[in-house]
Ligand binder design. Structure first.
Ligand code: ADP
Length: 320
């Protein structure tokens, strides 16, 4: 079982010819509503990658909550929701003909997820092999989940997204595995070590430089930096070597024809967690390769949660 702690949003998307200016009213827009939030996207990926999934989140008492319940049921996700006083999280997204966007996020209920509620999920956390979280939910709630996970021996995976998230050092230290993308890696490296790097140059850095930056950021854990079309980079702490032969390595991206890379990081995190829970004794590289394949396939469909592939599709496309 993977237990995901995180956000659920209803994404309202308007496709318009041109983005509106203040005071302007635009007709002829096309509208679509769908699920979003990094937590829910990742929980969907976990479930479709074939692991039992619990999703701990906060919802309002509104149609957004009904949507969350219906979708969770459809993907066999065990939803553990705090009933918040604020409305379910939403994002308003305008996209113009060139694909440019304006996005407003109202976290709403997500901001009310708290330590006490996570504590009530202690039994489920105790049964999970992996606890996966991002930072669109309050850090105190995530920290409680990780501390319960550590007590029961579950593996903790922290996706430090969004990039402007402030992560207390105490929370960072509770991550067994940290999974930043390039900009999140640069942001957290600056915040926690004072070092400045250009995220655009990360993919072309030599491996030993990348490895030592990863070690500066997370001394005792594994860091997996996702590098978009360049795949990802893995760095282990030396006392974590276990069966893994290499302390650091790159995994190149799978050849696909992307139409929408939104949610690729969420796909990667969900698949990584699912693979860790399904085969806890396999070499770490096996899990990373699976996540890399799963995320690549997710870019061939438009959308985030809705475009998460099924495990069988990943295996038939890339083999076992
Ligand atoms: P985020 O969505 O958080 O920005 P990335 O862009 O780093 O994350 O993508 C996450 C993962 O998705 C990558 O590590 C890779 O496995 C996969 N991926 C992303 N873009 C592509 C691509 N163009 N081709 C193949 N795989 C991709």
């Amino acid at each position: 079982t993977v237990l995901v702690i995180g956000s659920f949003n209803v994404d309202h998307v308007w496709r318009v010819a041109a983005l509106p200016r203040p005071g302007e009213t635009l007709g002829l827009g096309e509208y679509l509503a769908g699920p979003g939030g990094k937590g829910f996207n990742q929980a969907t990926a976990v479930a479709r990658a074939g692991a039992r999934t619990h999703f701990v989140c906060a919802l309002g008492e509104d149609v957004g909550a009904q949507l969350a319940r219906a979708l969770a049921t459809a993907d066999d996700i065990d939803l553990r929701d705090l009933r918040a006083t604020r409305p379910t999280g939403t994002a308003g997204i305008f996209v113009d003909a060139q694909g440019r966007n304006i996005i407003v996020v109202a976290p709403g209920a997500n901001a009310e997820l708290d330590e006490d509620f996570v504590q009530t999920q202690g039994e489920a956390i105790g049964r999970a092999q992996v606890v996966l979280a991002q930072l669109e939910s309050p850090t105190a709630a995530v920290a409680r989940g990780f501390s319960l996970a550590r007590q029961s021996g579950a593996v903790t995976v922290l996706n430090p997204a969004p990039a402007d998230a402030e992560i207390p050092a105490s929370l960072l230290r509770m991550a067994d595995i940290l999974t930043p993308n390039e900009s999140e890696f640069a942001a957290q490296l600056l915040a926690h070590t004072g070092q400045t790097i250009d995220p655009a140059h990360l993919a072309t850095q030599d491996e030993s430089t990348l490895h030592s930056l990863c070690r500066d950021l997370l001394r005792d854990g594994t860091v997996v930096v996702t590098l978009g079309a360049a795949g990802c980079f893995v760095s282990h702490a030396s006392d974590q070597r276990r069966g893994d032969v290499h302390l650091h390595y790159r995994v190149p991206a799978e050849p696909v024809t992307p139409v929408d890379t939104t949610g690729a990081g969420d796909a990667f995190n969900g698949a990584l967690a699912a693979s860790l829970a399904r085969s806890p004794d396999a070499a770490f590289e096996t899990h990373v390769r699976y996540a890399n394949r799963y995320a690549a396939l997710s870019t061939e469909q438009v959308g985030a949660a809705t475009s998460m592939p099924q495990d069988a599709q990943v295996r038939s496309r890339f083999g076992d």
